[in-house]
Design a protein around this ligand. Structure first.
Ligand SMILES: Nc1ncnc2c1ncn2[C@@H]1O[C@H](COP(=O)(O)OP(=O)(O)OP(=O)(O)O)[C@@H](O)[C@H]1O
Ligand SMILES: [Mg+2]
Length: 250
């Protein structure tokens, strides 16, 4: 599904990503960990196509086609979802209306008609029940006065509604209380299928107890310096990152 080959990217002429190689197949969950500033969020932004970042070398293939020249919304229409990709606050636009627009824009890009209103309502009802989202929440203005946990819940709701092929969740655990963490994790688990893939960027083993990854990658100074199975996350939790830095510098 996603193939990243020797990817280099910079911000304002400062090199941040220094040769990332990563392959993700449908049905897989990948966790990306690593110390602050190692380039995890940058990688997510570059995959999603955020304009601040310049790709200086390498390639990103999504379903065997380069997406490097595509605008962020075109990547989204192809099925790439990044949490945080939407404006933080939209006064006067409800969570529900925002979702309707997003879904119909994606359909339009794929040459489909608007989703019939009754179908949309049914989908909203099903997904919000699945994620234990309160009805009142759906009519609130998007992100206006949302608590950290509510923002995260809203992101997972968007994920559930848009059904992307590749979902990239950047630190979905930060600021979530235990219940919200469980709901988010169970949401991701329920949305997992043979057809889609998930990248979870996180600092905490705790989240990975709920969303069990198939692969764990450790980023350090703009590179993936170690990859392994879910046990790698446990090892990091126990030992921290110093041993990895020592390995890299050895
Ligand atoms: N838009 C930007 N302008 C300037 N510097 C940036 C920008 N985006 C990222 N950087 C720099 O790139 C480096 C990597 O940042 P990034 O946010 O990718 O790290 P991270 O691994 O996600 O860290 P954290 O774990 O703290 O979230 C940092 O030194 C950061 O300051
Ligand atoms: Mg980050």
């Amino acid at each position: 599904m996603l193939k990243i080959i020797d990817l280099h990217a910079s911000v304002e002429d400062k090199a941040i990503l220094k040769g990332i190689n990563l392959e993700i197949n449908a049905g897989e969950v990948h966790a990306i960990m690593g110390p602050n500033g190692s380039g995890k969020s940058t990688l997510a932004s570059v995959i999603a196509g955020k304009e601040d970042y310049e790709v200086t070398q390498g390639e990103i293939l999504f379903e065997n086609e380069s997406i490097l020249e595509l605008a962020p919304e075109d990547r989204a229409h192809k099925g790439v979802f990044l949490s945080f990709q939407y404006p933080t606050e939209i006064p006067g636009v409800s969570v529900t209306n925002f979702m309707k627009t997003a879904i119909n824009e994606t359909r339009k890009a794929r040459g489909l008609e608007d989703m019939p209103a009754n179908e949309m309502l049914k989908m909203i009802r099903e997904k919000s029940e699945m994620l234990e989202i309160d009805r009142k929440f759906l009519s609130r203005s998007l992100n206006e006065g949302f608590s950290g946990g509510e923002k995260k819940r809203n992101e997972i709701f968007q994920l559930a509604m848009l059904e992307p092929k590749l979902a990239i969740l950047d630190e979905t655990d930060s600021g979530l209380d235990i219940d919200a963490l469980r709901i988010v994790a169970s949401g991701v688990n329920k949305l997992k299928s043979k057809e889609n893939a998930v990248i979870v960027i996180t600092h905490y083993q705790r989240l990975l107890d709920h969303i069990v990854p198939d692969f764990v990658h450790v980023m350090f100074e703009g590179r993936i310096v170690k990859s392994g199975g879910k046990e790698l996350a446990h090892e990091l939790e126990e030992k921290g990152y110093d041993w990895i830095k020592e390995e890299v510098n050895a």
